[in-house]
Write a protein that binds this ligand. Structure first.
Ligand SMILES: CC(C)(COP(=O)(O)OP(=O)(O)OC[C@H]1O[C@@H](n2cnc3c(N)ncnc32)[C@H](O)[C@@H]1OP(=O)(O)O)[C@@H](O)C(=O)NCCC(=O)NCCS
Length: 183
């Protein structure tokens, strides 16, 4: 049993989050948002936290588009120190997602807290929130060469649904996994 908890992003944990960003860790696995987030926290830490915890608002995509933030939640992984993030997003009433969203759930663990089972636990603990939101399944995408993430998904009952060429990584594939939550 690890001492890991999923916590709502809040001021007491912010120093650890900032320290991780300063070391170049990015909670967004598609692009490095560490500098952008550090600037936002420096400008207004409370507004930054509200942006993570309150519904509504917008998010900026890597291609410059600004899109509405989907309903969902963000939790930080905490074992006495900041360890990473896990997030859920969904469209109410459907398992479908807009094309700009890669999957219902994303997670990232800081490099110095990896291989402790934290991502596996975080995904396990976020799944009931997805079920509570009415989702009958969640889809997760993952790079073909990201074996650790594939193991995290498989350990939580995920199965491979499809694989497709990855536009961002020529010659590589994106894998789509599904975890069934309800029949
Ligand atoms: C993928 C990631 C979240 C895994 O986090 P983690 O907390 O280390 O994962 P866990 O400790 O739960 O490990 C899950 C499995 O992967 C294995 N694993 C973890 N890191 C590994 C590595 N570098 N090499 C080989 N296996 C590894 C673990 O041994 C474990 O396997 P087991 O169940 O057979 O013991 C983490 O490596 C990470 O943040 N990577 C960058 C962001 C990312 O890829 N996010 C997912 C996008 S789809």
């Amino acid at each position: 049993m690890s001492g890991l908890s999923l916590v709502v992003p809040a001021a007491p944990y912010l120093d650890g989050y900032v320290a991780a960003l300063r070391q170049g860790w990015s909670p967004n696995t598609l692009r490095d948002v560490s500098g952008e987030y550090l600037a936002a926290i420096a400008a207004d830490p409370d507004a930054f936290l509200r942006g993570l915890t309150q519904p509504g608002g917008t998010i900026s995509l890597g291609d410059g588009r600004v899109v509405p933030r989907l309903p969902g939640l963000v939790r930080w992984l905490w074992d006495g120190d900041f360890c990473g993030t896990v997030s859920l997003r969904y469209v109410p009433g459907t398992e479908e997602l807009p094309s700009y969203v890669e999957g219902h759930i994303g997670y990232a663990v800081v490099p110095w807290k990896r291989r402790l089972g934290y991502a596996t636990q975080a995904l396990r603990e976020i799944l009931p929130h997805a079920a509570d939101a009415g989702l009958r399944h969640v889809d997760l995408t993952c790079d073909d060469d990201n074996r650790p993430s594939q193991k995290v998904i498989e350990a939580n009952g995920g199965t491979l649904v499809s694989r497709a060429p990855d536009d961002l990584r020529p010659g590589k594939e994106k894998l789509l996994f599904r975890i069934i939550l309800a029949p």
